[in-house]
Design a protein around this ligand. Sequence first.
Ligand SMILES: CC(=O)[C@@H](O)[C@H](O)COP(=O)(O)O
Ligand SMILES: NCC(=O)COP(=O)(O)O
Length: 245
Amino acid sequence: MRLHINVDHVATLRNARHTPYPDPIEAARICIQAGAHGITAHLREDRRHIVDDDVRRLGELLRDADEVFNLEMAATAEMVAIAQKTSPDVVTLVPERREERTTEGGLDVRGGGDVLGEYVRALLDVGIKVSLFIAADEAQIEASHRLGVQQIELHTGEYAHAFHDPAARARELDRLAKGAALGHRLGLEVAAGHGLTRDNVVELVRIRELVELNIGHAVIADAVFLSLGGAVRAMAEAIDRGRPH
Ligand SMILES: CC(=O)[C@@H](O)[C@H](O)COP(=O)(O)O
Ligand SMILES: NCC(=O)COP(=O)(O)O
């Protein structure tokens, strides 16, 4: 199971005071040293946390360290051009709404039209792996497969919200498990992420088809008490506890 740490909210803290610290690139270095298999960052259109220069510097760090850089972005011409210029290992296309607090729901791949396919091809053509951040919905998974991407990332936000309601949690886990199984059958790599914590990750990783998790907010929050390296190691331990051996 690959664990990619999302460093967006290191930048949120930095931007709250317009200081140069804490630096998300230094955070990425610590996460990698602590055992993360890659770094994720979301360049939002409003630049509320990660900014363009962070993307450039993360790219340099991770290329030098030979570690994976997963750049999350909206499916727009501006973002695709940034990816072509900065060449992350992976681009995850996500839905984005300017006023949302965080990413709500998955990308509408089925209704995405020709333009989404063009963006996907533009990224694949320059050798960037493409992942689509989608709900665990049969039609969206099949549409992702038809677009020729290598990976899907299942949105676990609803599961995270349902965690303290046993019936809703079981329903969400079942939905994610069915989605992961379908994605795997279609030959897609299946990742998951959003709202994951050391508590809710344990049951999720029983889904054998999942090969990657992208986790940010809870790790950065844990870092306040555990140090960043300690928070990454604690998350890796929670994943190990839940993973079928
Ligand atoms: C796509 C996704 O789930 C993450 O990138 C998450 O959106 C982190 O960024 P925000 O907290 O700004 O939504
Ligand atoms: N794609 C999910 C991600 O990168 C991190 O989401 P979160 O853990 O910050 O909610």
